[in-house]
Design a protein around this ligand. Structure first.
Ligand SMILES: *Cc1c(COP(=O)(O)O)cnc(C)c1O
Length: 456
């Protein structure tokens, strides 16, 4: 064969998505209702959907449904399309890679893209030391591998996690979550040797970082014992739990204790990493350098990819063949991830996270002055939440107001704003927009939320 194969990339003829909110039918619209009926017949009832509008197109910070409604996306697929939906360089990298080759399996015949992603992770994760990575497919798989790697390195059994944590839905990780419902209820027996210890939740516990760390360490010491503890897994900003930001000095005190006791401290940065918070990794906000860092969600612009990255001596403790998996580090996902790292640099996206925090804090602060149900505003960068409490009690009892959260999210959806809920007690609204969201879209969304609270 002498023919040169010419990959054909037809120019997209689809109209581009205007960056504006537009509601043209009831929500959900008639075509979404039809699709929902088909779904009910064949999709497991165990799979939920926050808002059953079926999406046909998305770009930047806007998603478009089958009925032509356009939503301001303040969820980004739970922090996945961090640099924006269908970002042009990510699309081009993925299309180009798909034309070259889609799969070989790195553990059979390797390729450069996998190596390049590991180089970028070594460069951008916290810490100035030799680092190595393994690539896998999902956040939960990253958590599972982090635990395996720490156990192999330490020769110890126990895994500690913080109150209000969320780490996934696999058989190991469901035992690592704070909430039994819906993640673990009825799915037992749960994995053994997983211990839940108190966290730092300044809005409720009022503890300094040093005091909260002393309380956590007391549990680690008494309930588990350092000599049996392989790893402490923590989210630098807790995601599903409600975007709790630990008190200053909390993580560094825990890291010091872990280092002194031979325990591997793992940052689950699956939601908070990859430029989400105005830094590459949220650990940086706390001056914390973890032993291992878990990356997933935002790393590949929407393609499935995850990583465990950390100290070379810990990552190399595993026997050859002990880590990996068929789809781990898929070439298309890796090509997309490389494009994401390049876009963060080229477009100075850390500054976009900082801009979004400023705009959200200003707007939400005004709403807090106006409405006494907004108890706390917290988070970093494009990872900001408000905790809603019962009216009149905000300053004193801080009683959860999940009903308000659900009403506001429902009202927002009806008016073209896709807003996610969170929180152990279901009383947190989280703002997790893509870094492509403009201030104009954020202000528009905030005005809808203002109306939603007024309508309660
Ligand atoms: C989403 C998430 C996970 C699980 O990731 P999956 O890709 O859904 O398996 C784990 N930890 C945190 C902090 C997360 O936000």
């Amino acid at each position: 064969m002498t023919d040169t194969l010419t990959p054909s990339t037809p120019p997209s003829t689809a109209p581009s998505v205007t960056q504006e909110r537009r509601i043209v039918t009831a929500i959900p619209g008639p075509r979404s209702v039809e699709l929902q009926q088909r779904r009910l017949a064949t999709v497991s009832g165990g799979v939920g959907s926050a808002l059953p509008v079926y999406i046909v197109k998305a770009h930047g910070a806007i998603v478009v449904d089958v009925d032509g409604n356009q939503f301001i996306d303040l969820g980004a697929g739970i922090g996945v399309t961090t640099i924006g939906h269908t970002e042009a360089s990510v699309v081009a990298a993925a299309v180009g890679q798909a034309e070259d080759f889609i799969h070989t399996l790195f553990t059979v015949t390797p390729y450069e893209e996998y190596v390049r992603v590991c180089e970028l992770l070594a460069e951008h994760t916290p810490g100035d030391f030799a680092k190595k990575s393994v690539l896998i497919n999902s956040g939960a798989e990253a958590v599972e591998n982090g635990v395996k790697i720490a156990r192999k390195f330490t020769g110890r059994r126990a895994v500690a996690v913080l109150d209000h944590a969320y780490h996934g839905r696999t058989v190991l990780t469901m035992a690592m979550n704070y909430k039994a419902m819906p993640y673990a209820t009825g799915y037992g027996p749960l994995a053994s040797d997983v211990y839940h210890v108190p966290s730092s939740y300044p809005y409720h516990d009022g503890l300094s970082g040093a005091d909260a760390a002393a309380r956590t360490i007391a549990y680690l010491d008494k309930v588990i014992g350092a000599s049996d503890l392989a790893c402490l897994v923590v989210e630098p900003i807790q995601g599903e739990g409600g975007f709790m930001v630990a008190a200053e000095g909390y993580f560094t005190a825990l890291q010091d204790w872990c280092t002194a006791n031979g325990v591997v401290m793992i940052a689950d940065e699956i939601q908070s990493g990859m430029a989400r918070t105005g830094a590459y990794y949220a650990s940086e906000h706390f001056g914390w350098v973890p032993d291992l860092v878990l990356t997933a969600k935002g790393i590949a612009g929407g393609f499935p990819l995850a990583a465990v990255t950390g100290r070379a001596e810990i990552m190399d403790a595993s026997q050859t063949g002990g880590l990996g998996g068929t789809f781990g580090g898929n070439p298309v996902s890796c090509a997309a991830a490389i494009a994401v790292f390049e876009a963060i640099e080229a477009n100075n996206l850390l500054a976009e996270g900082q801009r979004i925090e400023k705009t959200l804090r200003a707007g939400l602060g005004k709403l807090q002055d106006k409405y006494d149900i907004i108890g706390d505003i917290r988070g970093r960068g494009a990872m900001i939440a408000i905790e809603l409490v019962q009216p009149g009690t905000g300053a004193t009892t801080k009683v959860a107001n999940a009903a308000a959260v659900n009403s506001i999210a429902a009202y927002a959806a009806q008016h073209g704003v896709l807003l996610l809920t969170a929180g152990t007690y279901g009383n947190v609204l989280r703002f997790l927009p893509s870094l492509a969201v403009t201030d104009a879209l954020l202000l528009d969304a905030l005005s809808v939320i203002d109306d939603a609270i007024a309508a309660l």
